[in-house]
Design a protein around this ligand. Structure first.
Ligand SMILES: [Zn+2]
Length: 146
């Protein structure tokens, strides 16, 4: 059921998958998972990996629903994981194919944090037990913030 509230389909995804994502967003009940948030997360993740040089993700600064999607690629990746886990199989596979090359780029271009300090935390799934691999990277501190 498409309506005017549905945002533009995500580039590279079928209409069916965009609709499945919309349904997950709409049913979410999570402050951080709102209609259009997945598209913003994909755009944010893509833009981050297109930057030149080594990549240093920023931890979340502003905790309102929207800002972290622009500020923290780690939050964007958390959101994509949250949505991926809730999509039906076919839609999940399609979104996953979009995310995978960005994951590869992220892993390749970030540095591991040698001290394994906890800089990132999951604001979407507060009871997540394990920190995902994208938390194990050296973050950007004020010095390299642009
Ligand atoms: Zn904010």
């Amino acid at each position: 059921m498409w309506s005017q509230r549905i945002p533009e389909p995500i580039r590279g995804l079928s209409t069916a998958t965009s609709l499945a994502i919309f349904r997950v967003e709409q049913a979410s009940g999570n402050n951080y998972v709102f209609v259009g948030s997945t598209r913003r997360a994909v755009d944010s993740y893509r833009a981050f990996t297109l930057r030149p040089g080594p990549l240093y993700p920023l931890p979340v600064v502003c905790e309102c629903p929207g800002c972290p999607l622009d500020d923290s690629v780690v939050h964007a990746r958390d959101l994509l994981e949250h949505v991926l886990e809730r999509l039906p199989v076919r839609a999940r596979a399609e979104l996953w194919r979009l995310v995978l090359p960005l994951d590869v780029e992220f892993r390749w271009r970030t540095l591991p944090d040698p001290h394994q300090r906890r800089h990132f935390r999951n604001m979407i799934d507060l009871d997540a037990e394990l920190d995902p691999w994208w938390y194990d990277v050296l973050p950007c501190f004020e010095r390299c913030a642009t």
